[in-house]
Design a protein around this ligand. Structure first.
Ligand code: ADP
Length: 755
């Protein structure tokens, strides 16, 4: 079977997502790969599809039992025979699994890294034909990453012991260059095909809120999202207990999950959530790895996590099915202190020496600082996240709390001057708490002891809250007017650039979060209820009931039968027979054989066999096979412009990829196609061999190739706000035209009436 056919037959999808095909082709050609893709981007398909095409077995190394169980269950549902080997099986079961794999019954086996050094498994691996080793969560191999697992180092000696070297695929959602570098070096990847897929998850809304009472916010939020599935992350077990109790008291069925529960309680609670018996789970960060529940509609962070890596991974558990979902972090100044305390009291890693441990601690502090800056950021949150992961060039996203105008602008130049003067008066010897307290005129005894009240700046900003003053300080830090030392005390220093603020050549305009933000008022992006009308929702509920029944019968989570998104699409397309049903995204042949008829029966009965009735807003009845998917908001088509609109485009002499993207977005119908980003244009250029990323001098650098030069691409250097040097790619008029041609849909011309 060809890869496209495998994708459709087993996974029910008609097209690969950007980048998936490139990695699959490389693996099939015997080239190692490193796939860096955000949570939910579809890493598994990248090794599962080639695993079914390679002659031998694929060994997938995965850190958690729950992760393996979930993946294997989903594969078996899709009709792929796969197994896992881990400590949850008996010796007899392990022997049997290896026997079956030898006999060709399993093409894919999942193992924990510890298994790789057991005698039995090595003997098996040496006798069997292993075509690929796929390393999931590959960042666990990096000592500097926050999830370092020493057992991952065993992978290297395991591969060396094999009779012939299999192709190696490494996959992770952590994109910092250090981790990338470590993965390549430690795993010994040979000239790997690198894919850093766009980290942007367009269907996710990002928000930071600073409510007076976090608990009331959460209660109000959940009540206004009744019936939706969501996760609430808390920093401590105590908070988990507190939030869950409050939800239960309001009659909201909520499960809880933290390391203080027994393994049995944890697994029962997790299942209550996964099987949709309880729509909400309140959890610490112990929850989530390996949870592929696709219909999570929101992820609320009751407390700020310790790093952007953690945050993006946890928030990324929302909206895996591609439907609109929300990720909101609730923030208070106390979160910073709690996290600081947790870091300071983190036990050292016994596998590392004292110096290495100090380095790890240092990195942890930097990561926390970046998270704090996110919380205080008044600029586009998505842009902040993407830049953190090395993706520059994004403009405002219009789908985060900052872009949605939940802020108001204010000139803070005068306040900024007072901050700078205060730091100078305090002789640049203190951190943010002392400086903010002094400016606010606080009477804390520590400040009085230091003599802060004798400083001329004492109380100079008493009209502002301490939190506000801190926001100004962080903003000054971000914009490089101030810097903080990289140690535990983070002492504030004034940078040379601050002179521009003092002498009036620079000003500081900040956007503050509006105080009165009411959840219910916030205009959410399209949700399922926007796509389906009243009748459509009734059908959706009927399909969901059937899904629940089938899931119960098969003892599997409902989303493994079909995702919400697939059910919504059924309501829109109204398939009446096998052929039509197979056109629905997410319905593969194997799943059709298991469930297709049952769903068809419900649809036929509900519609009485009449398709002319519409079940969704703004759409006319669609003819079978030509369902107007373009108008379904939850399933936007990839970016394209009609030839007619493309003719309006006027190239400029030279521009950036982001600028071109903004121009092209204006010509496209963004109701039906996904928004184009500068990063996407650069990925297209990379796929054409015009632009490359190469590892040089300890970081990834962009290069324009000779053919890129001929196509009209060229480079320039810039320095980001965070002080990192990076290259920007410019496009000449000719290059702009080439990009435009690529995104122009000529077929639409043929839709014009012939006569
Ligand atoms: P990751 O491991 O990167 O977090 P997964 O492999 O779990 O992501 O995939 C996330 C979701 O996206 C899954 O529900 C998967 O079935 C779906 N998916 C993956 N590839 C495609 C594709 N080509 N088309 C549609 N959906 C896809």
């Amino acid at each position: 079977m060809q890869k496209q056919e495998i994708l459709k037959t087993y996974f029910g999808y008609t097209g690969f997502r950007p980048g998936q095909e490139m990695l699959i082709d490389s693996i099939l050609a015997g080239r190692d790969v490193l796939g860096i893709m955000p949570t939910g981007a579809g890493k598994s398909i990248c090794y599962q599809v080639p695993a079914l095409m390679l002659p031998g077995i694929t060994v997938v190394i995965s850190p958690l039992i729950s992760l393996m169980k979930d993946q294997v269950q989903a594969l078996n549902q899709a009709g792929v025979h796969a197994a896992y080997i881990n400590s949850s099986l008996t010796e007899g079961q392990i022997q049997k699994a290896m026997e079956y794999a030898m006999g060709g019954r399993y093409k894919i086996i999942y193992v924990a890294p510890e298994r790789l050094e057991t005698w039995d498994f090595i003997c098996f691996a040496q006798r069997a034909r292993i075509s690929m080793v796929a390393v999931d969560e590959a960042h666990c191999i990096s000592q500097w990453g926050q999830d370092f697992r020493p057992s991952y180092l065993k992978i290297v000696s395991f591969i060396k012991r094999l009779n012939s070297r299999p192709v190696i695929g490494a996959f992770t959602a952590t994109a910092t260059s250090q981790v990338k570098d470590d993965i390549i070096a430690v795993l010994g990847l040979e000239d790997p095909q690198l894919l850093i897929s766009g980290f942007d998850r367009q269907n996710l809304y990002f928000g930071v809120e600073t409510p007076k009472s976090k608990l009331s916010y959460v209660l109000q939020y959940i009540e206004s999202h009744a019936g939706d599935s969501g996760i609430i992350y808390c920093a401590t077990r105590k908070n988990v207990e507190k939030v869950q109790e409050a939800l239960l008291a309001r009659g909201i069925p909520a499960a809880k999950y933290h390391a203080g529960l027994t393994p049995q309680e944890r697994s029962e609670n997790q299942e209550d959530f996964i099987y949709d018996r309880k729509p909400v789970i309140v959890a610490t960060n112990a929850f989530g790895m390996g949870i592929d529940k696709s219909n999570v509609r929101y992820v609320l962070h009751f407390n700020m996590p310790q790093s952007m890596e953690n945050y993006y991974q946890e928030a990324g558990r929302a909206g895996r099915d591609g439907a609109e979902s929300e990720c909101i972090m609730l923030f208070s100044g106390q979160d910073v202190m709690v996290n600081q305390y947790l870091l300071d009291n983190k036990p050292p890693n016994e596998e590392l020496g004292p110096e290495e441990n100090e380095l790890v601690r240092e990195r942890d502090r930097q990561r926390l600082q970046s998270m704090v800056n996110y919380a205080y950021s008044t600029d586009c949150l998505r842009k902040y996240i993407l830049e953190y992961f090395g993706e520059y060039g994004m403009q405002r996203c219009e789908n985060c709390s900052a872009c949605k105008g939940e802020y108001e602008e204010q000139d803070c130049t005068e306040a900024a001057r007072k901050v700078i003067n205060c730091i100078l008066e305090l002789r640049q010897r203190f951190g943010i708490n002392v400086v903010a307290g002094t400016l606010h005129g606080d009477k804390r005894s520590k400040l009085l002891e230091l003599g802060a009240d004798r400083c001329p700046a004492y109380g100079a900003l008493q009209e502002l809250s301490e939190d506000r003053i801190k926001q100004i300080i962080r903003e000054l830090e971000q914009r490089k007017y101030l810097s903080a030392t990289q140690d535990k005390y983070a002492i504030l220093k004034v940078c040379a650039k601050a002179q521009d603020l003092l002498d009036g050549s620079d000003s500081l305009i900040l956007r503050w979060a509006r105080e009165e933000q009411r959840i219910a008022e916030r205009t959410r992006k399209a949700r399922k209820s926007d796509v389906l009308n009243h009748r459509g929702l009734e059908l959706f509920e009927a399909l969901k009931r059937l899904r629940m029944e089938l899931a119960r019968e098969g003892s599997i989570p409902p989303y493994m039968v079909f995702s919400d998104k697939t059910l919504i699409e059924m309501c829109v397309c109204l398939p009446f027979d096998r052929g039509e049903m197979l056109q629905v995204a997410g319905v593969g042949e194997r799943k059709y054989d298991n469930y297709g008829e049952a769903f068809l029966a419900v649809i036929r009965e509900f519609t009485q066999g009449r398709r002319e009735k519409t079940y969704f807003g703004e759409m006319k009845a669609a003819a079978p096979g030509s369902v107007g998917r373009k108008t379904i908001k939850t399933q936007k088509q990839p970016f394209m412009i009609t030839a007619i609109r493309a003719a309006e485009f006027r190239p400029t002499d030279v521009c950036l990829a982001t600028e071109l993207a903004a121009e092209l977005n204006q010509l496209a119908d963004l109701q039906t196609v996904q928004k184009l980003s500068g990063a996407e244009i650069l990925r297209f250029a990379a796929a054409q061999g015009w632009v490359q990323e190469v590892w040089q001098e300890g970081r990834w650098k962009k290069l324009v190739t000779e053919s890129g030069d001929r196509a009209g691409f060229f480079l320039d250097k810039r320095v980001s706000q965070r002080g990192t040097e990076y290259e920007v790619v410019y496009l000449s008029a000719a290059a702009q035209q080439t990009v435009l041609d690529h995104y122009t849909d000529l077929i639409v011309l043929h839709d014009e009436p012939d006569e």
